[in-house]
Design a protein around this ligand. Structure first.
Ligand code: DC
Length: 226
């Protein structure tokens, strides 16, 4: 079991997908689950509703969270409709960060995240994987990068999808998201106890993958040959 936590745009998805692929383990992108709940609440007009209404609504919805396909994040369905692409929109990320502070939402997703833990292993990425969801994970990685670098990466990603976002807006949105994810009282983003810190600001994707793999082989030396 490996947990990878860190702020938006630090490279968690790339590292988690790569490690899961190399190890033949499952990959949980917990952000995709928060995004799906956020999209459900956006569609239901319930973003600002009180927690009891949200709880009742979430119970009525049919969520399906499937294991991640390499490089694509988890496949998520709401009432039978595949929303895996829709949840990637920036506004859904912002909404996810907002509803992630609600205890009703975190409670709703806790057991659903833990269900991903099966043999032979799981690589889970998010904000509170090591601190709350899988506190006994033998390898915990805290991945981060400077705000500017993360905005630059997000800009490039969006450009590849044909979306032209301004760097100023991206920096502002990420800073706001960081603040919300770090300052909330419930399961805030933070470096968990005994987490290995990996700063990816000056690293290429390849260097980041190699550094993460070295952390894996330090914990499980037998993996080095594989
Ligand atoms: O990783 P992401 O950007 O897709 O996540 C979207 C939001 O979901 C993030 O800003 C905060 C929330 N989230 C969370 O609170 N806890 C997690 N384990 C994962 C995501």
């Amino acid at each position: 079991m490996i947990c990878i936590d860190g702020p938006a745009g630090a490279g968690k998805g790339v590292v988690a997908g790569d490690l899961a692929g190399r190890l033949g383990w499952r990959h949980l992108d917990s952000g995709a689950l928060y995004r799906t709940v956020a999209l459900a609440l956006l569609r239901g007009g319930l973003m600002d509703a009180d927690e009891s209404r949200i709880e009742a609504y979430l119970r009525e919805c049919r969520f399906e969270f499937n294991a991640a396909v390499e490089g694509e994040g988890n496949r998520v369905l709401l009432n039978g409709a595949d929303l895996s692409a829709e949840i990637r929109a920036e506004n859904v990320g912002v909404a996810a960060s907002r509803i992630a502070s609600l205890s009703v939402v975190r409670r709703f997703l806790l057991a659903r995240q833990r269900r991903f833990r099966r043999m032979p292993g799981l690589v889970a990425e998010g904000r509170d994987m090591a601190s709350v969801v899988f506190p006994d994970a033998p390898l915990r990685i805290y991945l981060h990068a400077s705000l500017e670098k993360r905005a630059e990466r997000r800009h490039k990603q969006l450009k590849q999808k044909g979306i032209n976002a301004s760097m100023g807006d991206l920096i502002r949105d990420l800073a706001e998201r960081d603040r919300r994810d770090r300052d909330r009282p419930l399961a805030p983003l933070k470096r968990a106890r005994q987490a290995e810190v990996l700063d990816t600001t000056a690293l290429t994707v390849l260097e980041t993958r190699d550094a993460a793999w070295r952390l894996v082989t330090a914990v499980w030396p037998g993996m080095a040959a594989g």
